[in-house]
Design a protein around this ligand. Structure first.
Ligand code: ZN
Length: 330
């Protein structure tokens, strides 16, 4: 669920808005830069390493990072220190974080790990399902209610979908939950929007697009939901209980087969999935090039070196507008 789902569907009809811009929370590098700017206003002790603070403040906004520095300055005064040291900064960080966060938005190490493996599950599926678009970026920085997301770069606007592509999209969508099961033998509620979308696509295949052999090329006007806009249109049910049962069985079959396929991909490429997840825990955001470096070098250290080189050249490769990408909110 995002703000968009709560808007009046009429507002979202084509032609009303030509662009949807989502604003990212700053990533680690951006957080360090923001901290540096505000740190200029106060006297910092020799031992201060803002990189460490940047690393440990995922999902802090720019305003919160500013508040962190101000809070640290107040703490230093209260402790009669002549400069802000690491201890002040870390205490300020915790104060800003716990004072601000609700329980459900806390990102403990355990949750970070689950999110990283969940997103790695989507990402690895995108590499091994030729019918879906290429990976653009995968992140565990939360945005809105989502714990993380995997974004794809569409080759072109898709007007017609074929069966193979829909099945691949359902499989990709279930990749997050599949990774939770493969790596933790456990499941979280974080995959609920993925499951909803997968079920909707399977239902569209059966009821709208005539893609189930068992049901045949018949349109059953059931509750249909525009999966791209999130709007509900409720139609009449015009079929027997028996037909309804067959439709449910078909939807169930499609979703289960795709889920098995996702688990197969993850199991077969276990090492690659782990690399992505571990790299996400360390760097929070990975673009496609970085994922390919990981696959090639099979080492997170090698990626860290490559990122260092890129940092010297300048430019983080971040794109600010992600409206063009398929989004898999955790
Ligand atoms: Zn997901």
């Amino acid at each position: 669920m995002c703000i968009r789902d709560r808007l009046d569907p009429a507002l979202l009809r084509p032609g009303r808005f030509d662009k949807v811009v989502q604003v990212d929370m700053p990533d680690m590098k951006a957080r360090e830069e923001i901290l540096k700017v505000h740190a200029r206003k106060v006297r910092m002790a020799q031992d201060v390493d803002l990189k460490v603070i940047a690393k440990t403040t995922p999902m802090f906004s720019g305003a919160e990072l500013e508040a962190l520095i101000n809070e640290a300055a107040l703490t230093a005064v209260a402790r009669e220190k002549d400069s802000v040291d690491m201890e002040c900064l870390e205490d300020a960080r915790d104060k800003v974080r716990w004072g601000r966060q609700r329980k459900s938005r806390m990102m403990e190490d355990e949750e970070k790990k689950l999110t990283a493996y969940h997103e790695a599950g989507h990402a690895i599926c995108s590499y091994h399902l030729p019918a879906v678009d290429k990976l653009h970026k995968v992140t565990i920085i939360p945005r809105g209610p989502a714990g993380g997301m995997t974004m794809l770069m569409p080759k072109k606007d898709v007007r017609l979908v074929n069966r193979q592509r829909v099945l691949a999209e359902i499989t990709l969508g279930l990749g997050g939950r599949a990774a939770e099961e493969v790596f933790f033998d456990d499941m979280t509620s974080g995959a609920s929007s993925d499951i909803q979308r997968a079920t909707e696509l399977a239902r569209m295949m059966v009821c709208e697009w005539g893609m189930s052999e068992r049901v045949g090329p018949v349109r059953y006007g059931i509750t249909q939901r525009n999966v791209y806009l999130g709007a509900d249109f409720v139609g009449r049910t015009e079929f027997s209980d028996e037909t309804a049962r067959i439709i449910d069985e078909e939807v169930q079959r499609i979703v289960s087969e795709c889920y098995e396929k996702a688990k197969e991909i993850i199991t077969e490429h276990r090492e690659q999935t782990e690399l992505i997840a571990e790299a996400l825990m360390r760097f929070e955001v990975l673009d496609a090039e970085e994922v390919e470096t990981l696959f090639r070098e099979k080492s997170i250290e090698a990626l860290a070196r490559a990122r260092g080189r890129k940092g010297e050249v300048g430019g983080s490769g971040q794109s600010g507008d992600s409206s063009q990408h398929t989004r898999h909110a955790q």
